[in-house]
Design a protein around this ligand. Structure first.
Ligand code: AMP
Length: 397
């Protein structure tokens, strides 16, 4: 049986069709520029890629287009009954969702109630759920929250040092994101390292968006993103941690509104802002190799910001058994991993240069034999977590 996962952004929809029994992605795709006359429609399946432009008026039409494609063009399903469940990736689960949830009216209402916490992401997430429910009323729908894995953080780690009552009233706290990735990677690491009691892991998820987490016994103790994904390490286009007074300073200096400044912090900063070249790590690496000083600076700042979080999490965990790299940059860039792990011998990290360079899509250890802390690369697999949660909630296993 297949699981359809759906990720609705403000003007886009990403999907995957996952064959649970074969444990593989049958098809994936993206419809973006929803609501524009020239929406971009991309499907990938059986090693092929189709791409076309067409008008896609809204998210409901987008889901319709995906189902039509799966049924009629790719013939990956014969009827909608072949889809056992639909998993919706939901950015913000607020304080009440510490696990995925089967969607009923009450769950949907609670997701809507959290809209203030993610005002850009929640409305399209809700439209995705409502459209899928309307088109597939007999198919179970499940919400998978980016924040859920981090709900185990103790209060001293997730609370901000604001006025306590004010923070409680508006639910202002660290939530953390990329939860399905941190969960997958920590589970895989646990299996590979023998699941010993007290296992301490530092997960380094660095892609276009980036976050670290400190995990003990499979539970998240701390994570670098906060109320929103803007906090933490330097990212493709996001600043990561900066002094919040910068916002007021820029409002005064530029005359821009708070919203405009926040958009710049989210979309025009980070690796893109520093390098002035791109948010794409490969372009920055190639710029740096050609001697571009700002690309070189961007790479130095990125590695330094990740290094500082690793140091902080070693302190928070009182040690670490493994530091694990994942996501686009963490999995694929030996230069990034080498820069982060350089001169960390005091903390017991010693990378093996040769193992670090070896290319593989498999989980692997890249530390030297004498390294006190294992350094690993584990490719993330959020699709697996989504499909598994749907299966568990639908089949009750
Ligand atoms: P993600 O958001 O996890 O898909 O990661 C996207 C980021 O991974 C982009 O900045 C890519 O440039 C980067 N990336 C992908 N492949 C490589 C590679 N071989 N070397 C360096 N960066 C890579």
């Amino acid at each position: 049986m297949s699981i359809l996962s759906i990720n609705c952004g403000s003007s886009s929809l990403k999907y995957q069709l996952y064959d649970w029994d074969a444990q593989k992605v049958l098809s994936s795709g993206l419809i973006d520029r929803i609501g524009f006359p020239d929406s971009n429609i991309v499907h990938k399946y059986s090693g092929q890629k189709t791409e076309r432009k067409d008008r896609c008026a809204d998210h409901r039409t987008a889901i319709h287009l995906v189902l039509d494609f799966l049924l009629q063009e790719a013939k990956l399903i014969h009827s909608l009954k072949d889809i056992e469940g639909v998993g919706h990736r939901i950015v913000h689960g607020g304080v009440n969702f510490s696990a995925s949830a089967r969607i009923d009216d009450a769950v949907l209402q609670e997701i809507k109630d959290n809209e203030d916490l993610a005002p850009l992401h929640t409305p399209p997430n809700v439209v995705g759920i409502e459209s899928a429910r309307a088109l597939m009323p007999d198919t179970p729908q499940v919400a998978i929250f980016d924040t859920a894995f981090h709900q185990t953080m103790p209060e001293y780690a997730h609370a901000y040092a604001l006025d306590y009552e004010l923070a409680k009233k508006y639910k202002i706290r660290r939530y953390g994101f990329h939860g399905s990735s941190h969960r997958y990677v920590s589970e895989r690491a646990g299996e590979l390292l023998g699941n010993k009691a007290g296992l301490k892991l530092i997960i380094v998820h660095v892609g276009n968006g980036s976050s670290l987490s400190a995990v003990q016994d499979g539970k998240c103790l701390d994570t670098s993103m906060g109320l929103t994904p803007l906090a933490g390490v330097i990212m493709g286009t996001r600043t990561g941690d900066i002094d919040p007074a910068v916002v007021q300073f820029l409002v005064r200096k530029t005359g821009g509104s708070v919203d405009e400044i926040m958009a710049r912090l989210n979309k025009e900063s980070g690796m893109l802002g520093i390098s002035g070249v791109s948010s794409d790590q490969r372009e920055i690496l190639s710029g740096a190799a050609q001697g571009d000083a700002r690309c070189q600076l961007a790479l130095q700042m990125q590695a330094y910001s990740v290094k500082k979080y690793i140091g902080a999490y070693v302190a928070a965990l009182n040690g670490a058994d493994a530091v694990i790299f994942t996501a686009g940059i963490g999995e694929n860039s030996p230069d990034f991993r080498a820069a982060v792990c350089a001169e960390m011998d005091y903390l017991g990290l010693a990378i093996d240069a040769e193992k670090n360079q070896a290319r593989s899509g498999e989980p692997r250890v890249i530390s030297a034999p004498q390294s006190r802390v294992k350094i690993m690369v584990i490719p993330t697999n959020e699709e697996f977590i989504i499909a598994r949660d749907v299966i568990e909630l639908v089949r009750g296993v």
